[in-house]
Design a protein around this ligand. Structure first.
Ligand code: SF4
Ligand code: SF4
Length: 479
Protein backbone atom coordinates (compact mmCIF):
# COMPACT_ATOMS: atom_id res chain seq x y z
CA UNK A 1 0.00 0.00 0.00
CA UNK A 2 3.05 2.22 0.11
CA UNK A 3 2.48 3.42 -3.45
CA UNK A 4 -1.14 4.09 -2.74
CA UNK A 5 -0.34 6.02 0.43
CA UNK A 6 2.18 8.17 -1.37
CA UNK A 7 -0.37 8.94 -4.11
CA UNK A 8 -2.91 9.88 -1.47
CA UNK A 9 -0.24 11.96 0.23
CA UNK A 10 0.27 13.93 -2.96
CA UNK A 11 -3.44 14.60 -3.23
CA UNK A 12 -3.53 15.73 0.37
CA UNK A 13 -0.68 18.15 -0.18
CA UNK A 14 -2.27 19.62 -3.29
CA UNK A 15 -5.68 20.19 -1.74
CA UNK A 16 -4.72 20.96 1.82
CA UNK A 17 -7.15 18.40 3.22
CA UNK A 18 -8.02 14.88 2.29
CA UNK A 19 -11.38 13.22 2.74
CA UNK A 20 -11.93 14.16 6.34
CA UNK A 21 -15.67 14.59 5.73
CA UNK A 22 -18.22 12.90 3.49
CA UNK A 23 -18.15 14.01 -0.13
CA UNK A 24 -21.54 15.72 -0.03
CA UNK A 25 -20.66 18.25 2.65
CA UNK A 26 -19.18 21.61 1.86
CA UNK A 27 -16.64 23.43 4.03
CA UNK A 28 -19.40 24.95 6.19
CA UNK A 29 -20.82 21.51 6.88
CA UNK A 30 -23.88 22.15 4.71
CA UNK A 31 -25.08 19.64 2.19
CA UNK A 32 -23.54 19.93 -1.24
CA UNK A 33 -26.20 19.03 -3.80
CA UNK A 34 -24.86 16.45 -6.27
CA UNK A 35 -25.53 17.06 -9.97
CA UNK A 36 -24.20 13.90 -11.61
CA UNK A 37 -23.66 13.99 -15.34
CA UNK A 38 -25.98 11.67 -17.26
CA UNK A 39 -24.14 8.33 -17.47
CA UNK A 40 -23.88 6.21 -20.59
CA UNK A 41 -21.86 3.23 -21.72
CA UNK A 42 -21.57 -0.55 -21.63
CA UNK A 43 -22.20 -0.97 -17.92
CA UNK A 44 -25.00 1.60 -17.81
CA UNK A 45 -26.84 -0.20 -20.62
CA UNK A 46 -26.61 -3.50 -18.79
CA UNK A 47 -27.63 -1.95 -15.50
CA UNK A 48 -30.64 -0.45 -17.25
CA UNK A 49 -31.72 -3.90 -18.49
CA UNK A 50 -31.21 -5.47 -15.04
CA UNK A 51 -33.02 -2.59 -13.32
CA UNK A 52 -36.06 -2.64 -15.60
CA UNK A 53 -36.31 -6.42 -15.30
CA UNK A 54 -36.28 -6.12 -11.50
CA UNK A 55 -38.79 -3.26 -11.59
CA UNK A 56 -41.18 -5.36 -13.71
CA UNK A 57 -40.85 -8.21 -11.20
CA UNK A 58 -41.37 -5.80 -8.28
CA UNK A 59 -44.51 -4.18 -9.70
CA UNK A 60 -45.99 -7.42 -11.08
CA UNK A 61 -45.19 -9.34 -7.85
CA UNK A 62 -48.38 -8.54 -5.91
CA UNK A 63 -50.55 -9.65 -8.86
CA UNK A 64 -48.80 -12.98 -9.43
CA UNK A 65 -50.50 -15.83 -7.58
CA UNK A 66 -49.25 -19.32 -6.93
CA UNK A 67 -51.97 -21.70 -5.75
CA UNK A 68 -54.18 -18.70 -4.92
CA UNK A 69 -51.49 -17.09 -2.77
CA UNK A 70 -49.30 -14.13 -3.80
CA UNK A 71 -45.68 -14.49 -4.82
CA UNK A 72 -44.57 -12.52 -1.75
CA UNK A 73 -46.51 -11.16 1.21
CA UNK A 74 -45.21 -9.83 4.52
CA UNK A 75 -48.42 -9.18 6.44
CA UNK A 76 -47.05 -8.23 9.82
CA UNK A 77 -50.51 -7.24 11.07
CA UNK A 78 -52.03 -10.70 10.50
CA UNK A 79 -48.63 -12.34 11.10
CA UNK A 80 -48.90 -14.11 7.76
CA UNK A 81 -45.94 -14.37 5.39
CA UNK A 82 -46.02 -15.82 1.90
CA UNK A 83 -42.90 -16.67 -0.06
CA UNK A 84 -43.32 -18.10 -3.56
CA UNK A 85 -46.94 -19.04 -2.74
CA UNK A 86 -45.98 -20.91 0.47
CA UNK A 87 -47.61 -19.57 3.63
CA UNK A 88 -45.46 -19.14 6.71
CA UNK A 89 -46.93 -18.35 10.13
CA UNK A 90 -45.26 -17.21 13.35
CA UNK A 91 -44.91 -20.92 14.16
CA UNK A 92 -42.27 -21.04 11.42
CA UNK A 93 -40.20 -18.49 13.29
CA UNK A 94 -37.23 -20.87 13.46
CA UNK A 95 -37.17 -20.92 9.63
CA UNK A 96 -37.15 -17.14 9.65
CA UNK A 97 -34.20 -17.13 12.06
CA UNK A 98 -32.24 -19.57 9.88
CA UNK A 99 -33.15 -17.58 6.76
CA UNK A 100 -31.90 -14.39 8.45
CA UNK A 101 -28.65 -16.07 9.54
CA UNK A 102 -28.15 -17.44 6.02
CA UNK A 103 -28.77 -13.98 4.54
CA UNK A 104 -26.28 -12.35 6.93
CA UNK A 105 -23.56 -14.90 6.11
CA UNK A 106 -24.38 -14.59 2.42
CA UNK A 107 -24.10 -10.78 2.61
CA UNK A 108 -20.78 -11.01 4.47
CA UNK A 109 -19.35 -13.54 2.02
CA UNK A 110 -20.68 -11.79 -1.04
CA UNK A 111 -19.50 -8.38 0.13
CA UNK A 112 -16.06 -9.66 1.11
CA UNK A 113 -15.60 -10.99 -2.41
CA UNK A 114 -17.56 -8.57 -4.57
CA UNK A 115 -17.80 -5.40 -2.50
CA UNK A 116 -20.96 -3.35 -3.01
CA UNK A 117 -21.99 -4.95 -6.29
CA UNK A 118 -25.47 -5.37 -4.76
CA UNK A 119 -25.77 -1.59 -4.21
CA UNK A 120 -25.01 -0.76 -7.82
CA UNK A 121 -27.04 -3.44 -9.55
CA UNK A 122 -29.86 -4.69 -7.34
CA UNK A 123 -30.58 -2.28 -4.46
CA UNK A 124 -34.07 -0.72 -4.89
CA UNK A 125 -32.72 2.63 -3.64
CA UNK A 126 -30.17 2.80 -6.49
CA UNK A 127 -32.58 1.42 -9.08
CA UNK A 128 -35.38 3.87 -8.26
CA UNK A 129 -33.05 6.83 -7.87
CA UNK A 130 -30.80 6.29 -10.89
CA UNK A 131 -33.13 4.52 -13.27
CA UNK A 132 -36.47 6.18 -12.52
CA UNK A 133 -36.29 9.52 -10.68
CA UNK A 134 -32.98 10.67 -12.15
CA UNK A 135 -34.12 9.79 -15.68
CA UNK A 136 -37.26 11.92 -15.21
CA UNK A 137 -35.02 14.73 -13.97
CA UNK A 138 -32.71 14.50 -17.00
CA UNK A 139 -35.75 14.42 -19.28
CA UNK A 140 -37.36 17.55 -17.81
CA UNK A 141 -34.42 19.63 -16.57
CA UNK A 142 -31.69 18.40 -18.92
CA UNK A 143 -28.21 17.17 -18.09
CA UNK A 144 -26.20 18.29 -15.03
CA UNK A 145 -25.07 21.71 -16.28
CA UNK A 146 -28.64 22.65 -17.24
CA UNK A 147 -29.87 21.45 -13.85
CA UNK A 148 -27.30 23.60 -12.06
CA UNK A 149 -28.27 26.58 -14.19
CA UNK A 150 -31.96 26.03 -13.51
CA UNK A 151 -31.38 25.85 -9.77
CA UNK A 152 -29.44 29.11 -9.81
CA UNK A 153 -32.14 30.88 -11.85
CA UNK A 154 -34.65 33.13 -10.13
CA UNK A 155 -38.19 31.70 -10.03
CA UNK A 156 -39.47 32.45 -13.52
CA UNK A 157 -42.05 30.75 -15.73
CA UNK A 158 -39.56 28.18 -17.06
CA UNK A 159 -38.32 27.20 -13.62
CA UNK A 160 -41.84 26.95 -12.19
CA UNK A 161 -42.96 24.83 -15.16
CA UNK A 162 -39.99 22.46 -15.05
CA UNK A 163 -39.80 22.11 -11.27
CA UNK A 164 -43.58 21.82 -11.02
CA UNK A 165 -43.82 19.12 -13.70
CA UNK A 166 -40.89 17.19 -12.25
CA UNK A 167 -42.30 17.19 -8.76
CA UNK A 168 -45.80 16.24 -9.88
CA UNK A 169 -44.29 13.23 -11.69
CA UNK A 170 -42.13 12.44 -8.65
CA UNK A 171 -45.23 12.44 -6.42
CA UNK A 172 -47.14 10.21 -8.86
CA UNK A 173 -44.28 7.72 -8.99
CA UNK A 174 -44.08 7.82 -5.18
CA UNK A 175 -47.83 7.08 -5.00
CA UNK A 176 -47.33 4.03 -7.26
CA UNK A 177 -44.36 2.82 -5.21
CA UNK A 178 -46.31 3.33 -1.95
CA UNK A 179 -49.26 1.29 -3.28
CA UNK A 180 -46.93 -1.48 -4.46
CA UNK A 181 -45.10 -1.45 -1.15
CA UNK A 182 -48.40 -1.73 0.76
CA UNK A 183 -49.51 -4.55 -1.57
CA UNK A 184 -46.59 -6.57 -0.29
CA UNK A 185 -47.72 -5.93 3.30
CA UNK A 186 -51.51 -6.12 3.29
CA UNK A 187 -52.12 -7.78 -0.09
CA UNK A 188 -53.26 -6.40 -3.41
CA UNK A 189 -56.96 -7.00 -2.60
CA UNK A 190 -56.76 -4.83 0.54
CA UNK A 191 -54.99 -2.10 -1.44
CA UNK A 192 -57.71 -2.31 -4.06
CA UNK A 193 -60.34 -1.83 -1.32
CA UNK A 194 -58.36 1.15 -0.13
CA UNK A 195 -58.37 2.63 -3.61
CA UNK A 196 -62.06 2.10 -4.21
CA UNK A 197 -63.33 3.34 -0.84
CA UNK A 198 -63.42 6.89 0.46
CA UNK A 199 -60.56 7.97 2.77
CA UNK A 200 -62.99 8.32 5.70
CA UNK A 201 -64.03 4.66 5.37
CA UNK A 202 -60.45 3.49 5.76
CA UNK A 203 -58.64 6.30 7.48
CA UNK A 204 -55.73 4.17 8.77
CA UNK A 205 -54.98 2.80 5.32
CA UNK A 206 -55.29 6.23 3.76
CA UNK A 207 -52.92 7.79 6.31
CA UNK A 208 -50.45 4.89 5.82
CA UNK A 209 -50.56 5.53 2.09
CA UNK A 210 -49.90 9.24 2.59
CA UNK A 211 -46.98 8.53 4.94
CA UNK A 212 -45.38 6.04 2.53
CA UNK A 213 -45.88 8.36 -0.42
CA UNK A 214 -44.28 11.23 1.51
CA UNK A 215 -41.44 8.96 2.59
CA UNK A 216 -40.65 7.75 -0.91
CA UNK A 217 -40.93 11.25 -2.34
CA UNK A 218 -38.64 12.62 0.38
CA UNK A 219 -36.05 9.88 -0.14
CA UNK A 220 -35.93 10.00 -3.93
CA UNK A 221 -36.52 13.70 -4.53
CA UNK A 222 -34.48 15.19 -1.69
CA UNK A 223 -32.59 12.75 0.54
CA UNK A 224 -31.17 10.70 -2.33
CA UNK A 225 -27.55 9.51 -1.95
CA UNK A 226 -27.63 10.46 1.74
CA UNK A 227 -29.67 7.29 2.33
CA UNK A 228 -26.73 5.21 1.07
CA UNK A 229 -24.07 7.27 2.79
CA UNK A 230 -25.47 7.93 6.25
CA UNK A 231 -28.50 5.67 6.76
CA UNK A 232 -27.95 2.32 5.06
CA UNK A 233 -26.44 -0.16 7.55
CA UNK A 234 -25.11 -2.27 4.69
CA UNK A 235 -23.08 0.67 3.44
CA UNK A 236 -21.69 1.24 6.91
CA UNK A 237 -20.57 -2.40 7.10
CA UNK A 238 -18.26 -2.04 4.13
CA UNK A 239 -15.34 -0.75 6.16
CA UNK A 240 -15.40 -3.92 8.25
CA UNK A 241 -15.95 -6.36 5.39
CA UNK A 242 -13.77 -5.16 2.55
CA UNK A 243 -10.09 -5.94 2.31
CA UNK A 244 -7.35 -5.67 -0.30
CA UNK A 245 -8.66 -8.76 -2.03
CA UNK A 246 -12.27 -7.59 -2.41
CA UNK A 247 -13.37 -6.81 -5.93
CA UNK A 248 -14.71 -3.26 -6.08
CA UNK A 249 -15.04 -0.47 -8.60
CA UNK A 250 -11.46 0.77 -8.39
CA UNK A 251 -9.12 3.22 -10.04
CA UNK A 252 -5.90 1.58 -11.26
CA UNK A 253 -3.60 4.06 -9.52
CA UNK A 254 -0.49 2.18 -10.70
CA UNK A 255 -1.40 2.73 -14.31
CA UNK A 256 -3.21 6.03 -13.81
CA UNK A 257 -0.49 7.79 -11.84
CA UNK A 258 2.67 6.00 -13.07
CA UNK A 259 5.98 7.59 -11.92
CA UNK A 260 5.10 11.25 -12.36
CA UNK A 261 1.39 11.30 -11.63
CA UNK A 262 -1.64 12.17 -13.68
CA UNK A 263 -1.67 15.17 -16.00
CA UNK A 264 -3.78 16.78 -18.70
CA UNK A 265 -3.78 15.26 -22.16
CA UNK A 266 -1.47 16.79 -24.73
CA UNK A 267 -1.72 15.80 -28.36
CA UNK A 268 1.26 13.83 -29.75
CA UNK A 269 2.91 13.64 -26.33
CA UNK A 270 4.50 10.29 -25.42
CA UNK A 271 3.16 9.96 -21.88
CA UNK A 272 5.08 6.77 -21.24
CA UNK A 273 8.40 8.44 -21.97
CA UNK A 274 7.43 11.39 -19.80
CA UNK A 275 6.59 8.98 -16.95
CA UNK A 276 3.03 10.26 -16.86
CA UNK A 277 0.12 8.07 -15.87
CA UNK A 278 -2.78 7.23 -18.14
CA UNK A 279 -5.18 9.45 -16.14
CA UNK A 280 -5.56 12.68 -18.05
CA UNK A 281 -7.29 14.37 -15.12
CA UNK A 282 -10.36 15.06 -17.24
CA UNK A 283 -12.74 14.80 -14.25
CA UNK A 284 -15.21 12.72 -16.31
CA UNK A 285 -15.31 10.01 -13.63
CA UNK A 286 -16.05 12.59 -10.93
CA UNK A 287 -18.70 14.39 -12.98
CA UNK A 288 -20.84 11.27 -13.34
CA UNK A 289 -20.57 10.12 -9.74
CA UNK A 290 -24.01 10.15 -8.06
CA UNK A 291 -22.43 10.27 -4.61
CA UNK A 292 -20.13 13.18 -5.42
CA UNK A 293 -16.78 11.44 -4.88
CA UNK A 294 -13.56 11.05 -6.81
CA UNK A 295 -12.87 7.33 -7.26
CA UNK A 296 -9.20 8.19 -7.76
CA UNK A 297 -9.00 8.78 -3.99
CA UNK A 298 -9.46 5.03 -3.46
CA UNK A 299 -12.33 2.94 -2.08
CA UNK A 300 -14.62 5.22 -0.15
CA UNK A 301 -17.69 4.60 1.97
CA UNK A 302 -19.86 6.71 -0.35
CA UNK A 303 -19.15 4.57 -3.41
CA UNK A 304 -22.21 2.48 -4.31
CA UNK A 305 -20.34 0.69 -7.11
CA UNK A 306 -22.74 2.08 -9.69
CA UNK A 307 -20.10 1.72 -12.46
CA UNK A 308 -20.87 5.17 -13.93
CA UNK A 309 -17.21 6.16 -13.51
CA UNK A 310 -16.07 3.00 -15.33
CA UNK A 311 -18.20 3.92 -18.34
CA UNK A 312 -17.05 7.56 -18.25
CA UNK A 313 -13.37 6.65 -18.07
CA UNK A 314 -13.65 3.90 -20.69
CA UNK A 315 -15.13 6.48 -23.04
CA UNK A 316 -12.23 8.86 -22.39
CA UNK A 317 -9.63 6.09 -22.77
CA UNK A 318 -11.22 5.06 -26.07
CA UNK A 319 -11.16 8.63 -27.37
CA UNK A 320 -7.39 9.00 -26.68
CA UNK A 321 -6.53 5.49 -27.89
CA UNK A 322 -5.51 4.09 -24.53
CA UNK A 323 -6.71 0.72 -23.24
CA UNK A 324 -10.01 0.76 -21.37
CA UNK A 325 -10.21 -0.36 -17.75
CA UNK A 326 -8.29 2.41 -15.99
CA UNK A 327 -11.30 2.31 -13.66
CA UNK A 328 -12.67 -1.23 -13.46
CA UNK A 329 -13.85 -4.00 -11.18
CA UNK A 330 -10.63 -5.01 -9.43
CA UNK A 331 -9.12 -5.59 -6.01
CA UNK A 332 -6.35 -3.38 -4.64
CA UNK A 333 -4.10 -6.45 -4.65
CA UNK A 334 -4.91 -7.05 -8.30
CA UNK A 335 -3.99 -3.44 -9.10
CA UNK A 336 -0.81 -3.38 -7.01
CA UNK A 337 0.55 -6.85 -7.70
CA UNK A 338 -1.41 -7.83 -10.81
CA UNK A 339 -2.51 -10.90 -8.86
CA UNK A 340 -5.72 -12.65 -9.87
CA UNK A 341 -8.51 -13.26 -7.36
CA UNK A 342 -7.75 -15.97 -4.78
CA UNK A 343 -10.07 -17.93 -2.52
CA UNK A 344 -8.62 -17.14 0.92
CA UNK A 345 -9.07 -19.27 4.10
CA UNK A 346 -11.50 -16.62 5.36
CA UNK A 347 -13.68 -17.10 2.28
CA UNK A 348 -13.46 -20.89 2.62
CA UNK A 349 -14.68 -20.61 6.23
CA UNK A 350 -17.54 -18.25 5.27
CA UNK A 351 -18.53 -20.55 2.41
CA UNK A 352 -18.57 -23.60 4.68
CA UNK A 353 -20.86 -21.85 7.19
CA UNK A 354 -23.05 -20.59 4.36
CA UNK A 355 -23.26 -24.10 2.85
CA UNK A 356 -24.30 -25.56 6.21
CA UNK A 357 -26.96 -22.93 6.81
CA UNK A 358 -28.36 -23.30 3.30
CA UNK A 359 -28.48 -27.09 3.66
CA UNK A 360 -30.28 -26.72 7.01
CA UNK A 361 -32.73 -24.35 5.36
CA UNK A 362 -33.46 -26.76 2.49
CA UNK A 363 -33.91 -29.72 4.87
CA UNK A 364 -36.23 -27.77 7.17
CA UNK A 365 -38.29 -26.53 4.24
CA UNK A 366 -38.54 -30.05 2.83
CA UNK A 367 -39.61 -31.45 6.21
CA UNK A 368 -42.03 -28.65 6.95
CA UNK A 369 -45.52 -30.14 7.26
CA UNK A 370 -48.69 -28.08 6.67
CA UNK A 371 -50.04 -29.22 10.04
CA UNK A 372 -47.92 -29.75 13.12
CA UNK A 373 -49.06 -31.46 16.27
CA UNK A 374 -47.79 -32.56 19.64
CA UNK A 375 -49.56 -35.23 21.67
CA UNK A 376 -48.24 -35.73 25.20
CA UNK A 377 -49.42 -37.98 27.97
CA UNK A 378 -50.87 -35.80 30.69
CA UNK A 379 -48.27 -34.98 33.30
CA UNK A 380 -48.40 -37.08 36.48
CA UNK A 381 -50.92 -39.56 35.10
CA UNK A 382 -50.56 -43.26 34.51
CA UNK A 383 -52.82 -45.89 32.97
CA UNK A 384 -56.33 -46.60 34.28
CA UNK A 385 -58.17 -49.88 34.10
CA UNK A 386 -61.71 -49.41 32.95
CA UNK A 387 -64.60 -51.78 32.50
CA UNK A 388 -64.57 -54.24 29.63
CA UNK A 389 -60.92 -55.28 30.17
CA UNK A 390 -59.55 -52.07 28.75
CA UNK A 391 -56.75 -49.66 29.68
CA UNK A 392 -56.85 -45.94 29.14
CA UNK A 393 -54.26 -43.11 29.07
CA UNK A 394 -55.02 -39.40 29.14
CA UNK A 395 -53.27 -37.15 26.59
CA UNK A 396 -53.20 -33.46 25.78
CA UNK A 397 -52.73 -32.31 22.23
CA UNK A 398 -51.80 -29.08 20.44
CA UNK A 399 -52.34 -28.71 16.69
CA UNK A 400 -50.94 -25.91 14.52
CA UNK A 401 -52.52 -25.35 11.13
CA UNK A 402 -50.10 -23.64 8.69
CA UNK A 403 -52.47 -23.75 5.73
CA UNK A 404 -54.99 -21.17 4.55
CA UNK A 405 -57.93 -23.56 5.14
CA UNK A 406 -59.76 -24.51 8.31
CA UNK A 407 -58.99 -28.09 9.38
CA UNK A 408 -61.50 -30.48 11.00
CA UNK A 409 -59.25 -32.93 12.74
CA UNK A 410 -59.92 -36.61 13.37
CA UNK A 411 -57.48 -38.86 15.28
CA UNK A 412 -56.70 -42.44 14.33
CA UNK A 413 -54.22 -44.87 15.89
CA UNK A 414 -52.20 -46.69 13.25
CA UNK A 415 -51.38 -50.42 13.34
CA UNK A 416 -53.07 -51.45 16.61
CA UNK A 417 -56.29 -53.41 17.00
CA UNK A 418 -58.99 -52.63 19.56
CA UNK A 419 -58.13 -48.93 20.03
CA UNK A 420 -60.65 -46.19 20.69
CA UNK A 421 -60.05 -42.47 21.03
CA UNK A 422 -62.44 -40.55 23.27
CA UNK A 423 -62.09 -36.82 22.89
CA UNK A 424 -62.75 -34.48 25.78
CA UNK A 425 -65.20 -32.09 24.17
CA UNK A 426 -65.82 -31.65 20.46
CA UNK A 427 -63.43 -32.72 17.69
CA UNK A 428 -60.90 -29.93 17.15
CA UNK A 429 -61.48 -27.39 14.40
CA UNK A 430 -58.25 -25.53 13.69
CA UNK A 431 -58.60 -22.19 11.92
CA UNK A 432 -56.28 -21.23 9.02
CA UNK A 433 -52.96 -20.17 10.45
CA UNK A 434 -54.23 -20.89 13.95
CA UNK A 435 -53.94 -23.55 16.60
CA UNK A 436 -56.18 -25.71 18.78
CA UNK A 437 -55.56 -27.50 22.05
CA UNK A 438 -57.46 -30.17 23.91
CA UNK A 439 -57.38 -33.50 25.71
CA UNK A 440 -58.32 -37.07 24.81
CA UNK A 441 -58.33 -40.59 26.20
CA UNK A 442 -56.80 -43.44 24.26
CA UNK A 443 -58.46 -46.73 25.20
CA UNK A 444 -56.89 -50.08 24.29
CA UNK A 445 -57.93 -53.68 25.01
CA UNK A 446 -55.62 -54.86 27.79
CA UNK A 447 -54.89 -58.01 25.80
CA UNK A 448 -53.22 -55.87 23.15
CA UNK A 449 -50.98 -54.04 25.62
CA UNK A 450 -48.00 -56.35 25.93
CA UNK A 451 -45.45 -53.97 27.37
CA UNK A 452 -45.08 -51.30 30.06
CA UNK A 453 -44.71 -48.72 27.26
CA UNK A 454 -46.45 -49.46 23.98
CA UNK A 455 -45.42 -47.31 21.04
CA UNK A 456 -48.32 -45.46 19.42
CA UNK A 457 -48.55 -43.77 16.05
CA UNK A 458 -51.48 -41.35 15.89
CA UNK A 459 -52.55 -40.00 12.51
CA UNK A 460 -54.29 -36.65 12.33
CA UNK A 461 -56.72 -36.65 9.45
CA UNK A 462 -58.88 -34.10 7.72
CA UNK A 463 -61.44 -35.37 5.25
CA UNK A 464 -59.72 -38.79 5.25
CA UNK A 465 -56.33 -37.28 4.31
CA UNK A 466 -53.53 -37.86 6.77
CA UNK A 467 -52.07 -34.44 7.59
CA UNK A 468 -49.40 -35.53 10.01
CA UNK A 469 -48.45 -38.46 12.23
CA UNK A 470 -47.41 -38.11 15.84
CA UNK A 471 -45.50 -40.71 17.83
CA UNK A 472 -46.18 -41.21 21.53
CA UNK A 473 -46.34 -44.05 24.06
CA UNK A 474 -49.14 -45.80 25.95
CA UNK A 475 -48.53 -46.88 29.53
CA UNK A 476 -49.68 -50.26 30.74
CA UNK A 477 -48.95 -52.53 33.71
CA UNK A 478 -45.38 -53.84 34.15
CA UNK A 479 -45.31 -57.40 32.87
S1 SF4 B 1 -12.20 9.63 -16.27
FE1 SF4 B 1 -10.34 8.42 -16.28
S2 SF4 B 1 -8.87 9.76 -17.23
FE2 SF4 B 1 -10.53 11.06 -16.64
S3 SF4 B 1 -9.99 11.76 -14.57
FE3 SF4 B 1 -11.18 9.94 -14.30
S4 SF4 B 1 -9.65 8.32 -14.16
FE4 SF4 B 1 -8.62 10.08 -15.06
S1 SF4 C 1 -17.14 6.27 -7.49
FE1 SF4 C 1 -17.85 5.39 -9.43
S2 SF4 C 1 -18.88 3.50 -8.85
FE2 SF4 C 1 -18.60 4.70 -6.98
S3 SF4 C 1 -20.54 5.79 -6.77
FE3 SF4 C 1 -19.13 7.14 -7.86
S4 SF4 C 1 -19.53 6.75 -10.02
FE4 SF4 C 1 -20.45 5.09 -8.88
Amino acid sequence: MADLDSKYGEIEDEKGSFRDSIGTLNEDGDRKWVYPKKPSGWYYNRRTIVSYTLLIVLFAGPFIKIGGEPLLLFNIFERKFVILGQIFWPQDFFLFVIAMLTSIVFIILFTTVFGRIFCGWICPQTIFLEMVFRKVEYWIEGDWRKQKKLDKMPWNAEKIRKKGLKNVIFVLISVIIAHTFLSYIIGVEAVNDLLTSSPTENLTGFVAMLIFTGLFYGVFARFREQACIIVCPYGRLQGALLDNKSIVVAYDFVRGESANGRSKFRKNENREEAGKGDCIDCHACVDVCPTGIDIRNGTQLECVNCTACIDACDHIMGSINLPKGLIRYASIENIEKKEPFKFTPRLVAYSAVLGLLMSAMVVLLALRSPVEATILRSQGTTFMKIEGGKLQNLYTYKIINKTKDEKHIEFEVEGLEGVTINLVGNPPVVPAGGSAEGAMFVVIDEANVTDYKTKLKINLKDDKNTLTTVKTTFLGPIR
